[in-house]
Structures are given as structure tokens and as C-alpha cells.
Design a protein around this ligand. Structure first.
Ligand code: NI
Length: 272
């Protein structure tokens, strides 16, 4: 990789690999001092369950009952609760990479920043089942986006690094359902398509402050955390404006959901 702060941080080979396979990994976007600061902020907001009352903190993989330990705690918009997670060196480097991949000539500027945080507690943490991120989004739109997933400690096979199915980004959005087909669960899983060979999955172990990159249609997965330390991941989202589709695509799996998180978000809105 070239200097990640240059206007085209990736070299030609990396750009081609990303475009052909629908994912890429890089070893380092920041330094240990910044990582230490980010870990402290991250641990604080998860300990506080920051954003829970407004539906921004919830269990991605369980029914999200208030009295149970979450299987896969997630916080949306984490920088709202820890402003120090905004405008980091890591974010600047991630933004430059997203800009290069989404609009290298600079005629449009990518928007985004820290989008969410997913914690897999030590010796805990459910798997993140195979899914395409676009399955969560508005089916009426076509997206031009990239997710940049950064672990705040080394990400390994043992603690749940990201895994990808090469070239799956060339598919349309496949049928999904709530995890375990339980509509109380926010998290989605792809309904096992029999034309995809999951043994082709490429695991991407990376060091702390490294990143994996993927667009909204790449099938990805992360294993459980079987290690003695937490697996913290901060996910940056960058995009250009979505483009309305001309067809009537629908995602019935999202209409079927009845999550405690949505109820909390609705109550928070109603009282605002
Ligand atoms: Ni995802």
C-alpha cells in the first residue's frame, strides 16, 4: 500500500483485487497511541450501554431482553456517545480509501464516518452469520457504499475475524431472514443458498488498526470469540448518494421484524 494519506492510497493491484473479489484487507491505518484511546472510548460506551434507550444499543443476535447478557452487543453511531471516536487518523485514512474506490476522480465526495461498533465479549459473543449488508437497507435504492471494518486488537480466527465469499458482491441481494428465523432478532442471516460454496470463504486475520473493506453485497461472516480477550470492531461506513431503483424490489425479512430495539427507538422518537 502507498501512504494511506495520499489521495490514492491503494495501488492498482489492490484496487483490482477489491473490484474482482469484493473485499480487501490492509494491515494498518493508525498507530498504537490512537488505538489505545479508541479502545478506552469503546469499552466505556459498551459498559454504559450508551444509546440503549433510543434503540442505538442492542443485541444483534438475540431477542434483546433487558435482563439478559447480549449475545452480540452492537452500538449504532458510536461517536455520538464517544466524540473522540470521530475525526481520528484511522477515519481520515479510511475515508481516503473509500474515496479512491468509490470515486477516484473526486467528482463526488464520499460521506460517512464511524457507523457502528460490534463487540464480541471474551469467551462469548455469538457468530455473525453469513449475510449481505444491503439486506438491511432500503430495497428501493441502489447503493454506492463501502464498509471498512477495523479491529481495535488483533483479529484472528480464534476471536472472530472477518471472512468473505470471493465475488459474491456480483450477486443481487439473496433472500435473508432474522437470525434463527426469530423476528425478534435484528440481525439477519442469508437463507442458505445452495449455489454458494461456503468452503471457499477467505478468512482475513489482521492486526489491530488494520481493516477489511467490502461493499454492501459481499457475503461475509465472523466466527464466535473463543479467546480470553474482547473482540472489538469499529466499522466505518462511507458512501455516495444512493440511486433510486426502477423496479419493485422488496425485503420481506425486514417488514417481518418485531424487535425490542425498534420499540425503544419508537418510544424515544415519540417523547422527543
Ligand atoms: Ni455485515
Amino acid at each position: 500500500m502507498k501512504n494511506q494519506f495520499s489521495s490514492t492510497p491503494l495501488d492498482e493491484e489492490q484496487v483490482q483485487y477489491y473490484q474482482e473479489n469484493g473485499f480487501l484487507w490492509l494491515s494498518n491505518l493508525t498507530d498504537e497511541t490512537e488505538l489505545e484511546m479508541m479502545r478506552a472510548a469503546y469499552d466505556r460506551i459498551f459498559a454504559e450501554k450508551a444509546g440503549r434507550s433510543e434503540g442505538n444499543e442492542f443485541d444483534l443476535a438475540g431477542a434483546d431482553e433487558d435482563d439478559k447478557q447480549a449475545a452480540l452487543p452492537q452500538i449504532l453511531n458510536p461517536a455520538k456517545y464517544a466524540p473522540e471516536l470521530r475525526n481520528t487518523k484511522a477515519e481520515a485514512a479510511a475515508r481516503a480509501i473509500a474515496q479512491q474506490l468509490l470515486c477516484a476522480d473526486g467528482s463526488e465526495e464520499v460521506q460517512g464516518g464511524p457507523a457502528h461498533a460490534i463487540l464480541k465479549p471474551a469467551f462469548h459473543g455469538a457468530i455473525t452469520p453469513w449475510h449481505q449488508d444491503e439486506a438491511y437497507w432500503n430495497p428501493q435504492m441502489n447503493y454506492r457504499s463501502i464498509s471498512i471494518w477495523m479491529p481495535l486488537q488483533d483479529a484472528t480466527l480464534e476471536n472472530g475475524c472477518m471472512q468473505f465469499i470471493p465475488q459474491s458482491h456480483k450477486r443481487e441481494v439473496l433472500p435473508h431472514q432474522s437470525i434463527g428465523n426469530d423476528p425478534r432478532v435484528h440481525g439477519l442471516e442469508v437463507c442458505q443458498p445452495n449455489d454458494i460454496d461456503f468452503s471457499e470463504a477467505v478468512p482475513c486475520p489482521i492486526p489491530a488498526g488494520g481493516v477489511t473493506l467490502h461493499p454492501g453485497r459481499t457475503l461475509h461472516y465472523a466466527g464466535a470469540n473463543n479467546s480470553p480477550g474482547p473482540r472489538r470492531a469499529l466499522i466505518f461506513g462511507f458512501s455516495l448518494p444512493a440511486i433510486p431503483r426502477q423496479d419493485d424490489r422488496s425485503f420481506p425479512w425486514n417488514e417481518a421484524k418485531q424487535t425490542a430495539r425498534a420499540k425503544r427507538a419508537g418510544t424515544a422518537k415519540a417523547t422527543m
